[in-house]
Design a protein around this ligand. Structure first.
Ligand code: UDP
Ligand code: MG
Length: 321
């Protein structure tokens, strides 16, 4: 490895990964040592409640190129990734999970694509073993909805396992939004993107850290942060309903005036009122979803808080605008 070989940072978000962290780091370093890059590994401990941090500190004391960012609590993977990217000053950054589902052996191929001129190399799953089929259906439904609602195209089966050029990292850092849906952000930024395939290893002793509620919240964030269409529907539905109501009023009034038809239909009214009430509540819910997010942006809270850094320049924190 020469001194002018490119610099590469591998950002790994970790939440309760326990003892297998050491195994993962060993396997990752084994691959990195064969590559012609100056590497470092940035582990972001996302408020783990087990011994993940102890394991990381032990690994750091043996290899100073392993850096640690300890967040003050569990902020979620998207924020852990953001924290990691904010601390990278390398020519390229690789994002990967720390549970060995993303094979480190793919790194040389990713770097080769990047060196041939691509800014983003995203990894596409060949096979995915989902613990529960409800998850699979949920995922399918989400992608279908997203395609329908948003103009941003998400590549299917692409996760957060990817390589980003430093310019791309700089571009992502310029996005100040608090609702961070990384898959959407990655698709939105553009640049020259290449896809590579990989086989996801099994989940035998591995449970997803995502609880159903967290997944649902992520899906909602994705939909509302990258689509304005529900807002437009409110206007359309309201306008449509009003037109129908006016026409219906005219018809009934005409009937009553000229044809002596009986107007009062309590039951019918009840139905109409219930229907309108339902539509109004639904619309309010959609508006509320946006307002909630506006509220989040306006509050201007930091995206994450760091408790401690290990082996890292304390001044390297990049402030968002
Ligand atoms: N993770 C995290 N914070 C969380 C949940 C997960 O940093 O709140 C990390 C986790 O340690 C792993 C990666 O994000 O390295 C992917 O998590 P997981 O394997 O649970 O997700 P899945 O494989 O279902 O996408
Ligand atoms: Mg996983």
């Amino acid at each position: 490895m020469s001194t002018n070989s490119p610099t590469l940072a591998v950002v790994v978000p970790l939440f309760n990964e326990g003892a297998q962290v050491r195994f993962f780091l060993d396997r990752l370093m084994h691959v990195l040592r064969t590559m012609d890059v100056q590497w470092q590994i940035i582990c972001v401990d996302d408020g783990s409640e087990d011994n993940t941090l102890t394991q990381l500190i032990a690994a750091h004391s043996l290899e100073s190129r392993i850096k640690i960012i300890e967040l003050s609590r569990n902020f979620g993977k998207e924020y852990a990734l953001t924290a990691g990217m904010d601390h990278c000053h390398t020519d390229a950054v690789v994002l990967m999970d720390g549970d060995l589902q993303h094979p480190p052996e793919m790194l040389p191929a990713m770097v080769a694509e990047w060196r041939s001129g691509y800014d983003v190399v995203y990894m596409t799953r060949r096979s995915r073993q989902e613990a529960r089929s409800s998850r699979r259906w949920g995922r399918k439904l989400f992608y279908r909805l997203f395609r329908w609602l948003s103009d941003v195209r998400l590549p299917p089966e692409a996760g957060d396992f990817r390589l980003l050029d430093r310019d791309v990292v700089a571009a992502i850092r310029r996005m100040p939004e608090r609702t961070r849906f990384m898959k959407g952000i990655f698709a939105w930024i553009g640049f020259r993107q290449a896809a590579l395939f990989y086989r996801e290893s099994g989940r035998e002793n591995d449970q997803s850290k995502w609880k159903f509620r967290a997944l649902l919240a992520l899906a909602m964030d994705g939909l509302f942060a990258f689509s304005q269409r529900p807002l437009q529907w409110i206007g359309l539905t309201g306008g449509g309903l009003m037109t129908v109501a006016i026409l219906y009023g005219f018809v009934r009034a005409f009937g009553a005036l000229f044809l002596h038809a009986v107007i009062s239909h309590g039951e019918l009214m009840l139905l109409v009122v219930a229907f309108l009430g339902g539509v109004q509540l639904l619309s309010l819910g959609i508006v509320g979803a946006y307002i909630g997010r506006i509220f989040n942006e306006v509050k201007g809270r930091p995206l994450y808080l760091i408790r401690q850094r290990y082996g890292m320049d304390q001044s390297s924190t990049v402030k968002l605008p």
